[in-house]
Write a protein that binds this ligand. Structure first.
Ligand SMILES: *Cc1c(COP(=O)(O)O)cnc(C)c1O
Length: 395
């Protein structure tokens, strides 16, 4: 009975499944869990937009006017709000055009699968996000070269290797260098200026996934490409509408010719539904807020700088973070879990990050600051970290 064995195997493998905490509130400075407010130190709603009144109003208005669902973009599903959102994103990123998807996971899949054939070459940072790894698999590209994390000497070695690859028909393959902009476990940045220089030298295309950079880095939160003054120099920019923008969706931004090609060919756009009206209206409002004002980004950075300073003052090691993602290093996996559990008892919600998400012995508590926290909220969090850190002899 193979079916019976199949379910037995599932049962034993899922024995370790622990249901996640259930959130009974919105995603603001606090999360209500089992009726108790816990300080939210772990969500990527960097700008506090998840409960922003302007987004709520935009959604209510759009739903009253247009209802809820849309359709398939290429049939009867391209709504005027979709086009407005795509224009707003392109303006925000400083690119000629943009195309939206229902998630950044989808956008990554579309970005890579649509342009790479099996004989082309992809050159990828070893710590790239799972959605990039899956996108490369989906493209069925055979030549996958992985360079050491943010190591541009190693990247150049891989480019040299790639340069001598010839396709079966004798032509040169496309070479695509792909990297996260901000790495979400450490909060460190891709060395984009050097990546761009090497890409030019070896004739490669560049792709950066800026899911954690938008709304955070650069002028008014324009993202990592703006942060490094490289607007117009990256071929393919991926973004998520679920992190700083607090909604759902993803996009590809770049030259108009490239975006036209994705509009024509991307299977994730042809064979999967478009964003709904409320999602599109909320995301559009979020992008428009940032086009008009950098106040939420300023508030975010005040909080980030305060937290960074306070963690250092207490003697915690916070790694090499350049962003609101603050890895508070613990080391041992069990200690990190214990630390997080103790924080939870103190009504601070910050998740432990352990193997296999990070290397063994590099377990940490990942703290994420946001603009929705007040100074008082942050102090409460810091106080709990200090108390438990001393108790557990980590500081
Ligand atoms: C979160 C994240 C994604 C996935 O974004 P979704 O819009 O939730 O699908 C993709 N890439 C990176 C680097 C991310 O951090």
């Amino acid at each position: 009975m193979p079916q019976l064995n199949f379910y037995k195997k599932l049962e034993s493998e899922s024995a370790s499944f622990k249901p996640p905490y259930v959130i009974e509130s919105g995603q603001g400075a606090y999360l209500k869990i089992n009726g108790i407010n816990k300080l939210n130190f772990c969500s990527s709603h960097y700008l506090g937009f998840a409960e922003d009144q302007r987004l709520k109003n935009a959604v209510c208005e759009a739903v009253q006017k247009y209802g809820v669902g849309t359709g398939y973009r290429t049939l009867a599903g391209t709504h005027t709000l979709h086009l407005e959102l795509e224009r707003a994103i392109a303006k925000f990123k400083g690119t000629e055009a943009a195309v939206i998807f229902t998630s950044a996971y989808m956008a990554n899949a579309a970005a890579i699968q649509t342009i790479l054939g099996k004989d082309d070459v992809v050159i990828s940072d070893e710590l790239n996000h799972a959605s990039i790894i899956d996108a490369v698999r989906l493209s069925q590209v055979k030549n996958k070269l992985i360079y050491k994390h943010t190591d541009t000497n190693d990247l150049e070695e891989k480019l040299k290797e790639a340069s001598i690859i010839i396709k079966p028909d004798g032509s040169k393959p496309l070479m695509l260098i792909v990297t996260d902009g901000v790495f979400s476990m450490d909060g460190d940045l891709a060395p984009l200026p050097e990546i761009v220089r090497l890409a030019k030298k070896y004739g490669a295309l560049t792709m950066v996934d800026d899911a954690h950079g938008e709304g955070v880095l650069g002028k008014g939160g324009r993202g990592i490409v703006d942060h490094f003054d490289l607007v117009g120099e990256i071929d393919i920019e991926i973004g998520s509408l679920s992190k700083a923008f607090s909604v759902i969706g993803g996009f590809i931004a770049g030259k108009k010719t490239l975006i036209d090609y994705y509009n024509l060919k991307a299977r994730q756009r042809l064979f999967s539904i478009a964003l709904t009206i409320p999602d599109t209206a909320a995301a559009l409002e979020a992008v428009n807020i940032l086009l008009e004002s950098d106040a939420p980004v300023k508030k975010l950075w005040e909080n980030v700088n305060y937290l960074q300073k306070e963690f250092k003052r207490l003697g915690f090691d916070t790694g090499n973070s350049k962003t609101p993602i603050i890895p508070v290093m613990i080391g041992d996996e069990d200690k990190a879990k214990e630390f997080s559990a103790k924080l939870f008892e103190e009504n601070v919600f910050a998740t432990p990050i352990v193997f296999p998400m990070v290397a063994k012995g590099k377990a940490r508590i990942r703290v994420i600051a946001s603009a929705s926290h007040s100074k008082n909220d942050l102090s409460k969090g810091i106080e709990a970290f200090g108390k438990i850190g001393k108790q557990m002899q980590i500081i």
